[in-house]
Design a protein around this ligand. Structure first.
Ligand code: COA
Ligand code: AMP
Length: 636
């Protein structure tokens, strides 16, 4: 390997694969266990073995109590910065612990106990962090649903998780519009056959909502009463292998996958990552600019910084427009953040508004050391622009909801390796990343193939899907025996650098948000005038990709094509949510297909992207592609 010799990476990664129990057993010493594991890894349990089986622990204790006891009571744990609403609010570790203990006691009063599920449908407010940690404190399993999803998506998650309690808020705030959450919550509960016993609603000053007298409770009133009564809940011991949370992510159908995260492995891997990967020391300020509805937000807004005794920034705003493209630099300088972790799309948006980086130079960024990017492929021009403007290392790293932390990255704490633009660098400890052909045989360096991870997966990765072991096996472990299938395609170069080029399934990545085109097709197909449809991701200068729907109308439909196009755009927003950014639907006479009837999505995409394409040998009627090209004229 031709990589920098003063990094400890090679030695550390090799050890993690040669002696996983020794490696993770040592990392586990950083965690306060109630009872340590007798066996670091038990291959006889679960779908591919379980980490820290038999150990007893509490995640909230490791995030808060131990830091308060250990001298960080007055250090800031959480800084909430909201240009969209309330400005800056700060919580020390002691203050955050008090909030969490109080809310956990309120939850216990509602009968929530270990193993019960609790859904959060919340905007980016500190109460959401408090609720997540309060669940962890009493062993309840949280499931956070991103606020940009519509009622039907929320309903699917309620149906699957069967929560005893739901936390929500009167509204979310997006630039120029207030998103009333309560009607969406009510509709979701109506649609779901599983009903929560109660909902705890945060009334926001911007827009309050009506509460249902039988079911809904005012968050602030419950909190005030609990504080007056000095209610407080202790940490409940749970097994390391017990679920901490379920996070639903797009699957290859409209039914999302409930990725399960356990307590013990998650604690160990995330704590390890804070210094070794991100180079953060306890006490420093770390900013992850994601949303708590996504895995990146779970791991690096809420859990990892707190496990590490760092200060986490939670940002309710956008990279541009709140109020301008200098927002990120304002936050970094005001709170002295040493690192920012965001999606490349945010930088593309900033670059568009402030190409020369004039706003960057208005702020003191002297404490800022590293920019981390993830969520979608970091395109080299964006990385180069960020490097030139910020004069700090820009580190792309590759992730999935399923893994809970980075699969391949550049380990700052172990000593950075040279950056190669277009590559998230090298596999992290515990990950043996291979690129294989259809027969699961590793291919030569530089050759594209399916990216897979040799089992067992390291700690923090999914042990299973919620109550769906068989679906988990089928989705991830079946096609390439002995491996976890990432559904990403790419290659490794001769230095072992991983290049992640795109998905092998129907998932597209829109502004760093993971969406299933199959799910959108189901929605389009439900329109009474639509006979057939195809949705694919087409290039977008800011969001990376945006969905584009092609519709074939049923014979005899007399409505104007433009009206049907408008209908389906509205339908996706209503059923899936604004997050889909589905704004383009095009009626065509027919769809290009192979002789066996498969829609040629790849070729349509190339035509829409203006990329070079060749006529597929298996096409049924080559003329259809010309028709597609004509239909796209003036639309993209
Ligand atoms: N609640 C309700 N609606 C939401 C929402 C939320 N929490 N988050 C996003 N939306 C809405 C937006 O208002 C937008 O609606 P619109 O169609 O009415 O404009 C739509 O969902 C799409 O949102 P998004 O994809 O976030 O785009 P945007 O236009 O709001 O912002 C950028 C675009 C350019 C600022 C984008 O680059 C960005 O920063 N996205 C977030 C990246 C990220 O955090 N990824 C997570 C993985 S690390
Ligand atoms: P999510 O589960 O929402 O985190 O999305 C995971 C998917 O996003 C991955 O399977 C990749 O397709 C894509 N992705 C995330 N990070 C990167 C990255 N650094 N480079 C390339 N693709 C990425």
């Amino acid at each position: 390997m031709n990589i920098q010799d003063n990094s400890r990476y090679r030695e550390v990664h090799a050890r993690s694969l040669a002696d996983p129990e020794g490696f993770w057993g040592e990392a586990a010493r950083e965690i306060d266990w109630i009872e340590p594991a007798k066996k670091v890894f038990d291959p006889s349990l679960g779908l591919y073995g379980r980490w820290f089986a038999g150990a007893v622990v509490n995640t909230c204790y490791n995030a808060l109590d131990r830091h308060v006891a250990g001298g960080r009571a007055d250090q800031l744990a959480l800084i909430h910065d909201s240009p969209l609403d309330s400005g800056v609010t700060k919580f020390t570790y002691a203050q955050l612990l008090l909030e969490v203990k109080t809310l956990a006691a309120v939850m216990a009063d509602f009968g929530v106990t270990k193993g019960d599920r609790v859904i959060l449908y919340m905007p980016m407010v500190p109460q959401a962090v408090v609720a997540m940690l309060a669940c962890a404190r009493i062993g309840a399993v949280h499931s956070v649903v991103f606020g940009g999803f519509a009622a039907k998506e929320l309903a699917t998650r309620i149906e699957d998780a069967k929560p005893k309690l739901i936390f929500s808020a009167s509204c979310g705030i997006e630039p120029g519009r207030v998103v009333a959450y309560k009607p969406l919550l009510d509709e979701a509960i109506r649609l779901s056959s599983a009903k929560p016993q109660a909902c705890i609603i945060l009334q926001r000053a911007r827009q309050a909502c009506e509460l249902d007298s039988g079911r809904d409770h005012d968050w602030a009133e419950l909190r005030a009463a609990a504080i007056a009564a000095k209610k407080s809940a202790d940490c409940v011991p749970v097994l390391a292998t017990d679920p901490l949370y379920i996070l639903y992510t797009s699957g290859t159908t409209g039914v999302p996958k409930g990725v399960v995260r356990d307590n013990g492995g998650h604690l160990v891997a995330l704590k390890w990552s804070m210094f070794n990967l991100y180079g953060i020391k306890p006490g420093e300020v770390f900013w992850c600019g994601s949303d708590i509805g996504w895995v990146v937000g779970h791991s690096y807004i809420v859990y990892a910084p707190l496990f590490h005794g760092a200060t986490s920034i939670m940002y309710e705003g956008k990279p541009v427009g709140t109020p301008d493209a200098g927002a990120f630099w304002r936050v970094i300088s005001e709170h002295k953040a040493v690192s920012l972790f965001t999606a490349p799309t945010a930088f593309r948006a900033i670059k568009k508004e402030d190409p020369e980086g004039k706003l960057i130079r208005q702020y003191d960024l002297s404490a800022f050391r590293t920019l981390f990017l993830a969520g979608e492929r970091a395109d080299p021009p964006t990385v180069q622009w960020a490097e030139a403007q910020l004069q700090v290392p820009v580190i792309d790293h590759w992730w999935q909801t399923e893994t809970g932390w980075c699969i391949a990255g550049n380990p700052v704490g172990l000593g950075m390796l040279p950056v190669k633009h277009g590559s998230p660098t090298v596999p992290m400890p515990g990950y043996q990343v291979d690129v294989v052909d259809e027969a699961a045989k590793p291919v030569a360096a530089g050759t594209m193939g399916s990216i897979v991870i040799r089992l067992p997966l390291p700690p923090a990765c999914l042990p299973t899907l919620w109550e769906q072991d068989a679906r988990c096996k089928e989705a991830y472990f079946h096609e390439f025996p002995g491996y976890y299938k990432t559904s990403d395609a790419g290659y490794k170069d001769e230095d072992g650098y991983v290049f992640v080029m795109g998905r092998t399934d129907d998932i597209i990545n829109v502004a760093g948000h993971r969406l299933s085109t199959g799910g959108m097709e189901e929605i389009l197909a439900s329109h009474p005038d639509v006979a057939e449809c195809a949705v694919l991701g087409i290039k977008d200068a800011i969001k990376g990709e945006v969905p584009c729907g092609f519709l074939v109308l049923k014979a005899g439909v007399t409505r104007h094509q433009a009206d049907v196009e408008k209908d389906v755009v509205a339908l996706v927003r209503e059923k899936l949510g604004p997050v889909a950014a589905f704004k383009l639907a095009i009626v065509v006479g027919r769809l290009p297909k192979t002789r066996s009837g498969k829609i040629l999505r790849g070729t349509i995409k190339k035509i829409a992207d203006g990329a070079p394409w060749t006529m597929p040998a298996t096409i049924e009627d080559p003329k259809v592609l010309e028709e597609i090209g004509d239909a796209l004229k003036g639309r993209v």
